[in-house]
Write a protein of this length. Structure first.
Length: 206
């Protein structure tokens, strides 16, 4: 059976940093990273304000410019919808999602990865993206489950008041990026070699 290796050393972190830098400095993939990050951040933000978006922004009686102002103010560092820590975490989740998508696209398109050989990276991307999506509404979902048992206020007892779920999602996104970078090990990106040293992130049985 295959085993999954996690980034645990400085060499792993250097591999992540170098591979990400090589991919996102290619203009087309830089644009894809920014676009996917913006889309990801929008999904995370709007998923936490579904009623407001539906009732005010889309179907409200306010003038169009006022509705657009409400929409823009839902975003981190623009309005006051989130606490500072949550704003930072949401922006980080959006950026990591963009990096994930750009690296996955490069890995599949430029390296001509087969479905079988790329399954680990695809799994990592799906896991990370789903994790980030859950981070956006994780606290609300958990609170809903807790409310069935009369414990909806239990989230406020957590040290970070539910931000733990976002941090967990960020870790999954980082793992996904590492698995993608490890899958590119030994190849070249824009003419630059990717570090060959180290073990494969996915060990395969003979």
């Amino acid at each position: 059976m295959s085993g999954i290796r996690l980034p645990t050393s400085t060499d792993d972190l250097r591999l992540i940093a170098r591979t990400v830098r090589l991919v996102v400095t290619i203009p087309a993939y830089a644009a894809l990273t920014l676009f996917a990050s913006a889309v990801g951040l929008s999904v995370f933000v709007l998923s936490q304000n579904v009623n407001l978006v539906r009732n005010v922004v889309l179907n409200g009686a306010l003038p169009l410019d006022a509705r657009l102002t409400v929409l823009v103010n839902l975003y981190p560092f623009v309005g006051t919808a989130f606490r500072p820590m949550t704003e930072v975490l949401l922006v980080a989740a959006g950026l990591l999602t963009g990096v994930n998508l750009a690296m996955l696209t490069y890995h599949l398109k430029r390296e001509r990865v087969s479905v079988k050989s790329g399954s680990g990276s695809i799994f990592g991307m799906v896991l990370g993206t789903l994790g980030a999506g859950c981070a956006a509404c994780g606290s609300a979902l958990i609170a809903g489950v807790f409310s069935l048992f009369g414990a909806a206020g239990a989230l406020t007892m957590l040290p970070l008041e539910g931000a733990e779920f976002t941090i967990l999602a960020l870790l999954m996104l980082v793992f996904s990026i590492y698995w993608l970078a490890d899958g590119m090990r030994g190849g070249e990106i824009a003419g630059c070699p990717v570090d060959i040293g180290g073990n494969s992130g996915f060990s395969r049985a003979d």
